[in-house]
Design a protein around this ligand. Structure first.
Ligand code: ATP
Ligand code: MG
Length: 405
């Protein structure tokens, strides 16, 4: 049978006085699920392991005072947000204020009525629930935004890259259709001229038709058109394959993939944005594999490439260099640009979410923050070197497949 109290809010009561514990237990157990701790140490251990929804904290504990416990709860990321209500028999304002200073959300005097205690508990439980829901909604929003902006970027780049081969394949096919009509016409003329030995007039007609229908030219050019169109098909096929790479973004399982191939797929997708601002050079010295979500790493490199292009944007073409190399333990990939560079102050903030120096509408300030999250989740590091007016290099370092524990 399921536990009927399972959905009740969980409260950790930290109190060492058995009589008070008993009376609190009596009045609170019908509305809350209670856990008990009788010392500061026990309170901290229980709070960390079970993260209750609220803590009722006595000030006079045997091993350390409640203020100290509250400060430690505040210093731990697992317990920092849990509301703490001090339970005290001390009436002095200075004591009460001290409780707020160390991070307590409220205080209740031990001689207060049960109704007051419950009203305070319920108020803080409600605020805590709303706050948690708000944080979750903001995070969801942040991810959604990032998804939309990178999808938009991808869609625009890919549309352009696929459009130009499709454009010439289509015009080649139109020309081929005209050529074909002329060949059919020429064949009809030949048929009409009869079989066997041709008369001089018929030979003359065939020769002039051959010239006016440009049969020689069609023979030579037709092959070129077919070859060029086949090349276009190869290009679009490659783009579609790289897109599949990005589509694997949400797969749960990591897989061993050469880091360089993530660079390459980012370059295929980002090429359209970059080709007007920079020449691109690749110096791949390593094909070592890393255990990864290849789509996510490709997205990191796409962010770095787009940033590099935007840092260059100016009247003069710049240069972007992609490198890869490895040592015994790690594989490295870097993106260098000859763009504007950044000051030390900017450099210190670029990985913060929503930090951007770009005009409204151009940058969301999420590219590097998301990239750094992705690299951290892959047990790697991303570092930057930059000189104002000279350029910037971002280097991504990831453990080699065989080195992973
Ligand atoms: N290669 C670079 N050269 C110079 N500055 C850079 C470079 N890469 C990033 N920056 C700086 O870091 C800031 C943050 O970059 P980030 O990619 O996180 O956001 P963004 O590019 O501004 O917006 P978006 O969310 O569209 O990527 C940029 O606004 C820019 O000031
Ligand atoms: Mg960016």
């Amino acid at each position: 049978m399921s536990d009927p109290t399972a959905t009740l809010p969980r409260i950790l009561v930290v109190e060492d006085e058995p009589l008070i514990v008993r009376s609190l237990n009596e009045v609170l157990k019908t509305r809350y699920r209670l856990q008990l701790a009788v010392s500061g140490e026990e309170a901290l251990a229980t709070a960390i392991s079970s993260t209750p929804d609220l803590i009722l904290l006595d000030i006079g504990l045997p091993d350390q005072d409640g203020y100290e416990v509250c400060r430690k709860l505040q210093g731990n990321s697992a317990t920092r947000d849990i509301p703490v209500i001090f339970l005290t028999s001390r009436h002095e304002n200075s004591e009460i204020l001290r409780g707020f200073e160390v991070g307590g959300k409220d205080y209740v005097l031990k001689d207060a009525s049960v109704m007051v205690l419950m009203a305070r508990i319920d108020t803080h439980l409600l605020i805590y629930r709303q706050q948690t829901a708000l944080v979750a909604a903001l995070e969801q929003n942040r991810m959604q935004n990032e998804k939309m902006s990178s999808l938009g970027q991808l869609a625009a780049g890919v549309a352009h890259e696929i459009n130009s081969p499709l454009g010439y394949i289509s015009s080649n096919l139109q020309v081929m259709a005209e050529y074909f009509a002329k060949i059919v016409r020429f064949d009809q003329i030949r048929q009409l001229s009869g079989a066997g030995e041709l008369s001089p007039e018929a030979r003359e007609l065939i020769a002039t038709s051959r010239e006016s229908l440009e049969i020689e030219h069609i023979m030579a050019d037709g092959v070129n058109l077919v070859n060029e169109s086949l090349q276009g098909v190869v290009t679009t096929t490659k783009i579609v394959q790289e897109l599949k790479h990005f589509a694997r973004m949400d797969r749960l399982e990591q897989e061993p993939v050469a880091l360089t191939s993530c660079l390459e797929s980012a370059l295929t997708i980002g090429h359209n944005e970059l080709k007007y601002v920079a020449t691109i050079r690749t110096e791949y010295e390593s094909r070592q594999e890393v255990l990864c979500h290849p789509g996510q790493l490709s997205q990191v490199f796409l962010n770095l490439l787009v940033n590099a292009g935007q840092a260059i944007a100016g009247p003069k073409m710049g240069e972007i260099v992609l490198r890869s190399w490895h040592d015994d333990v790690c594989v490295y990939a870097s993106v260098s640009d000859t763009g504007a560079g950044m000051s030390e102050e900017i450099r210190g903030r670029i990985f913060d979410p929503f930090y951007t120096t770009k005009e409204v509408g151009k940058g969301t300030g999420l590219g590097l923050s998301i990239s750094s999250d992705i690299i951290t989740k892959h047990h790697g590091k991303i570092v930057v070197e930059s000189v104002v007016g000279v350029g910037t290099t971002f280097t991504v370092k990831l453990p080699r497949v065989k080195e992973r524990p």
